[in-house]
Design a binder for this molecule. Structure first.
Ligand code: NAD
Length: 269
């Protein structure tokens, strides 16, 4: 291949033109930022989230030229009938599915001494079981398009932290889910990867039980736990997701892209 052809291909980097992408948890945070970037990159979007007003807000911020290519499928992904409905409606609307972004997720704070089975079940149901179910139903359609999956995991899936027990376990499970399914689907040319963000300022912390004051303290403290000396931005995560979803990552499968300002490499001195 000549350098000229390579340069021509470079022009296609990070285009999602013509691709149909389903993004869960698109009503806020990383899911919303990813949706907005995907829309700018030319993708047709199927946006899921529980908050309809939030989803409409995300759609409003999407690329003006692509507004008619956005379809909202609100609902709770832990509800099996909702998941079936999301896939059915998506295929009815766009006739194909190229990209699945498993982003919807929740956090909870507890150690083995003060956790509960209820907390374990709630976190696992959203962060693992719902992803398992949605992916099961999406895969036949992704095989047809030789599509791809990006799972929004966490640095908590690859490193261990106290006080986030069920969350860390759920993201570690998502990491194995990513790698195992990447092997199972590789012969069908379906790629499966994950993105592992460090701390990003979103609603997840307060939703998970932090007070506003605790959130601010945690964000301030987090500057010291990321080697780059700051927390990450929504766009920094969305860019990594877009790369993995695009043809620019056509030879990448089974990988975890860590977007954490170097947090994973740090050890206490
Ligand atoms: P967020 O709370 O802003 O967004 C989470 C989204 O998921 C929301 O739209 C929420 O409504 C949706 N959601 C949650 N449960 C759902 C359900 N049962 N059905 C449908 N939608 C549901 O938080 P975020 O930080 O943007 O989180 C997105 C993903 O990023 C999560 O998987 C989270 O674990 C991961 N993550 C976040 C951080 C961070 O620091 N913010 C770090 C690493 C990983």
């Amino acid at each position: 291949m000549s350098l000229y052809t390579t340069a021509q291909q470079a022009c296609k980097v990070l285009s999602l033109h013509g691709k149909v992408a389903l993004i869960t948890g698109a009503s806020s945070g990383i899911g919303a930022a990813t949706s907005i970037l995907f829309s700018k990159l030319g993708a047709k979007l199927i946006l899921n989230g529980r908050n309809v007003e939030g989803l409409k807000e995300t759609a409003k911020l999407c690329d003006e030229a692509n507004k008619e290519k956005i379809f909202l499928v609100p609902g709770d992904v832990t509800d099996e009938t909702v998941v079936e409905h999301i896939i059915k409606e998506s295929i009815t609307k766009f006739g194909q599915l190229d990209v699945l972004i498993n982003n919807a997720g929740i956090v909870g704070y507890a150690t083995i001494e003060n956790t509960s089975l209820k907390q374990f079940d709630t976190i696992m149901k959203t962060n693992v079981r719902a992803v398992y179910h949605l992916t099961m139903l999406a895969v036949p359609h992704l095989i047809k398009t030789k599509g791809c999956i990006v799972n929004i995991s966490s640095i908590c899936g690859v490193r261990s932290f106290p006080k986030y027990l069920a969350y860390c376990m759920s993201k570690a499970a998502l990491e194995q889910f990513t790698k195992c399914t990447s092997l199972e689907l590789a012969s069908k040319q379906v790629r499966v990867n994950s993105v592992c963000p460090g701390v990003i300022d979103t609603n997840i912390f307060v939703r998970g039980g932090m007070t506003e004051e605790e959130r601010l303290q945690f964000l301030e403290y987090s500057k010291t736990t990321h080697a780059l000396g700051r927390i990450g931005t929504l766009d920094e995560v969305a860019q990594a997701v877009a790369f993995l979803a695009s043809d620019a990552a056509s030879f990448a499968t089974g990988i975890s892209v860590i977007v954490d300002g170097g947090k994973h490499a740090m050890c206490p001195l």
